[in-house]
Ligand binder design. Structure first.
Ligand code: GLN
Length: 464
């Protein structure tokens, strides 16, 4: 049920169809399936049709179309689109309307892309199953009773269900890659600093990146190339130029495989098959004993909850969103608005983050975790001197059942083991679907997204 932008573009250029017909088809699928899936919280039908009509007219008049004219996408509910609601799937931002576009959205608009709706997600992007949304969970589009992954579960489900070509997600610890893996899609977490975070609701600012999810590598790359690049409104973006990807780029030869214990048998066998196929094809594969598995989850959760507790302090019932009805003092107004507005998981993380930053524990937790983060970065850089890419599963298991993990936060956190690594070190990571809802992710040196794309094409051509 997935469609590719470039095949549509070709068909439009040959006069076989129109952008309007494509948008109508997406809208009718949304109409048919969104109520059950709950992937989109809002649909911009009129605007999307209007834009499609505009590009059809340009095409008919023989105008040169911009690079993504007529590409249909959805934005995760934590990425701002001007004059549209934005809630991070939280009650606390109920009714909030963004006065501006995120930089990624502004660039997509300028490139001709059409935004068709706002995708459900975990509240403030905290979660791995999309069960933490104040607007209800998202259903897996094809595996009934299963989760689509999270926190960008609505984004991934929307692409897999054929509601759009591409979705924008955000990835703080795997929220693009894991739902993309669960829905048999491509997903990219760009290098930290490659895509502007301007207009992204902050969760953990030194980890967050916006990136694309799509059914084809071509659509993913084209979207990435539009949204990437320096932005004066985000001081952490780099001014390193974004080199356009070329299919002739030779793929990496030396691959380091990191495969932890305790993988689901299906994931493990998919990996063994993959390693064999790569060896047969002449690639140089090395299995690495990664020494830091036990440190990834604790370090990630100490640092991200610390940053979240600070970032989420701004939701106080005064400036925007939800305000309690019952408060007679200022302190009560803050406390009640926050107690009523935030969901359970978000509160848990604010408490944990406040704790690790508190005077008596700061050195023991926060400072220690910062040191481990540095250690991981140095280790990864040295590994990438010897090997061109690091490969590992994206998730240790295929999609799990709705309700299976949501009552046990530790089990849920452990499901992030393989994805948080790239956010801790800032390296780019590309999720590649292997079929059967199992994904491989590749990490490379900073700003080598193109190397990962070249590797992605190799995998697509292997007999798996
Ligand atoms: N599942 C992870 C978390 O809950 C990652 C979330 C994300 O990348 N936004 O923190």
């Amino acid at each position: 049920m997935t469609s590719s932008y470039f095949s549509l573009r070709e068909a439009v250029e040959q006069g076989r169809t129109t952008f309007t017909a494509a948008v109508e088809e997406f809208l009718s699928r949304i109409e048919e399936k969104n109520q059950r899936l709950n992937a989109l919280l809002e649909v911009y039908a009129e605007e999307a049709l209007y834009a499609a009509h505009y590009w059809d007219k340009q095409q008919l008049q023989g105008e040169k179309l911009p690079p993504l004219a007529g590409l249909v996408y959805v934005h995760k509910d934590n990425i701002a689109v001007a004059n549209h609601r934005l809630s991070a799937a939280s009650r606390i931002l109920e009714g909030y309307v963004s006065p501006f576009d995120a930089t990624a959205v502004e660039r997509l608009r300028a490139a001709g892309a059409i935004c068709i709706g706002r995708a459900n997600c975990d509240e403030f992007a905290m979660g791995s199953s999309n069960e933490n949304s104040a607007y209800g969970p998202v259903q897996h589009p094809t595996l009934e009773g299963h989760v689509p992954g999270g926190s960008s579960g609505g984004s991934a489900a929307a692409v897999a269900a054929g509601f759009c070509h591409v979705a924008l997600g955000s990835d703080t610890g795997g929220s693009i890659r894991q739902p993309a893996a669960f829905c048999n899609l491509y997903g990219l977490k760009p290098t930290y600093g490659r895509v502007s975070r301007y207009g992204l609701i902050a969760y953990a600012s030194s980890f967050d990146q916006i990136g694309p999810i799509s059914a084809t590598l071509e659509d993913l790359i084209a979207t990435y190339e539009v949204i990437a690049g320096f932005d004066p409104r985000d001081a952490t973006t780099t001014d390193l130029p974004v080199e356009p990807f070329k299919r002739e780029l030779p793929p990496p030869q030396r691959w380091a495989f990191l495969v932890p214990e305790g993988l689901h048998p299906e994931t493990l066998s998919a990996f063994e098959k993959l390693q064999n196929a790569l060896c047969q094809a002449g690639f140089h594969i090395t299995s690495i004993e990664f020494p830091y598995w036990d440190y990834l989850i604790p370090t990630y959760y100490i640092l991200t909850t610390a940053e979240a507790s600070s970032n989420l302090a701004r939701y106080d019932g005064v400036r925007y969103g939800y305000r309690t009805q019952i408060a007679s003092t200022m302190d009560q107004l803050y406390a009640r608005s926050r107690s009523e507005g935030f969901g359970r998981e978000v509160k848990r993380r604010i408490l944990l983050g406040t704790f690790v930053l508190s005077a008596g524990y700061y050195e023991a937790y926060y400072t220690q975790a910062q040191k481990v983060r540095r250690l991981l970065y140095d280790y990864t850089e040295s590994l990438l001197q010897e090997h061109e890419v690091i490969a590992m599963p994206t998730s240790a298991t295929p999609p799990f059942k709705l309700g299976e993990k949501v009552k046990d936060p530790i089990q849920m956190y452990l499901s992030d083991l393989l994805t948080v690594y790239a956010n801790l070190t800032g390296h780019p990571a590309l999720q590649i679907p292997l079929g059967n809802y199992i994904g491989l992710q590749l990490m490379g040196p900073l700003f080598t997204e193109n190397r990962l794309f070249a590797a992605g094409y190799v995998l697509a051509s292997l007999p798996l």
